[in-house]
Design a binder for this molecule. Structure first.
Ligand code: DO4
Ligand code: MG
Length: 288
């Protein structure tokens, strides 16, 4: 089952049929057995017409699948992320931090975004003007309700500055948190069973007509379980509306690659769909 948040309301997709759900996002999604609740909705709600469905899902109408939830992220959960970060921080002596956190019992978890900084499908994400090395990070993202139970999944893009993080690991918040540094979408995929570890994640970066990057991997490459990440996140934080947790990047472009304005990033995850974002810069801010 998929929930789309759109300018015209919330759309529920179930077995290729579409329904409008007339409830506020935060109340609708924050419950145990969300899948069962949505299944009951399909029995009591009228199906909408193909025309209405097209209007709801028009690219410019889709919003990120988020209300008042905070977005958090896990780091260094895949070998690819550990190795890339060790390489970028070699000269600063911080490389061993990544090695140690990969093997440690406690995972790396960090605050990523307020909902206002999150872009949706077909919206822009930004690169920082004071950063010379920027990458998207494709991440399977959990939706966890206020009771700490995973209720669904979405696709996340944890935009990152490798030059700022590489200069000094203490600059991580600046490498990670700025306007439109996160994207979620295109929908919230609601399933009661844990998502299969065989789920594939693919990222393509297009520069004009050229594919500047393409790679694929599986969720099975992750070092940690989603329950473990959730348990640590909820151990000392309350999330009254639930929260989103990006589970770490599994794909990293080679070290000579940096994003440019107008690049298009496509992240696909089996069962969920494809999140597409164009790279831009924040017009409101001047270089310091
Ligand atoms: O340690 C810094 C951030 C790691 C991260 O964002 C990731 O592995 O996805
Ligand atoms: Mg990340």
């Amino acid at each position: 089952m998929k929930l789309y948040n759109s300018k015209s309301g919330i759309l529920l997709e179930h077995n290729e049929a579409f329904f409008i759900v007339d409830e506020p996002w935060d109340i609708l999604v924050n419950r145990d057995d969300l899948e069962g609740y949505l299944a009951s909705k399909t029995k009591t709600t009228h199906q909408i017409t193909a025309g209405d469905q097209a209007k709801f899902l028009a690219d410019n109408a889709i919003l990120p699948p988020i209300g008042q939830q905070e977005v958090w992220a896990a780091g260094v959960t895949y070998l690819k992320s550990r190795d890339a970060r060790m390489e970028e921080s070699q000269s600063t002596g911080a490389a061993s931090l990544y090695d140690r956190v990969y093997d440690a019992e406690r995972p790396e978890l960090f605050f990523k975004a307020m909902p206002s900084r999150v872009s949706g499908h077909k919206q822009h994400v930004f690169i920082r003007k004071d950063s010379s090395w920027n990458v998207p990070e494709p991440e399977l993202t959990l939706f966890i309700n206020s009771n700490g139970n995973i209720q669904g999944y979405t696709i996340g893009n944890d935009m990152s500055s490798r030059s700022i993080e590489g200069e000094n690991a203490l600059y991580l918040p600046q490498a990670k948190i700025y306007e439109k540094s996160a994207a979620l979408g295109p929908c919230l995929y609601v399933v009661s069973k844990p998502i299969s570890k065989e789920t594939g994640i693919k990222m393509i970066i297009r520069r004009g007509d050229v594919k500047a990057y393409e790679d694929f991997t599986k969720v099975s490459q992750i070092k940690r379980s989603f329950d473990e990440l959730t348990r640590y996140l909820f151990s000392e934080c309350d999330f009254p509306h639930g929260c989103f947790l990006m589970t770490g990047t599994c794909l990293v472009p080679s070290s000579d690659f940096t994003l440019q304005e107008d690049d298009v990033v496509e992240i696909s995850i089996d069962g969920i769909g494809t999140l597409i974002n164009t790279i831009g810069t924040n017009p409101k801010h001047k270089l310091i």
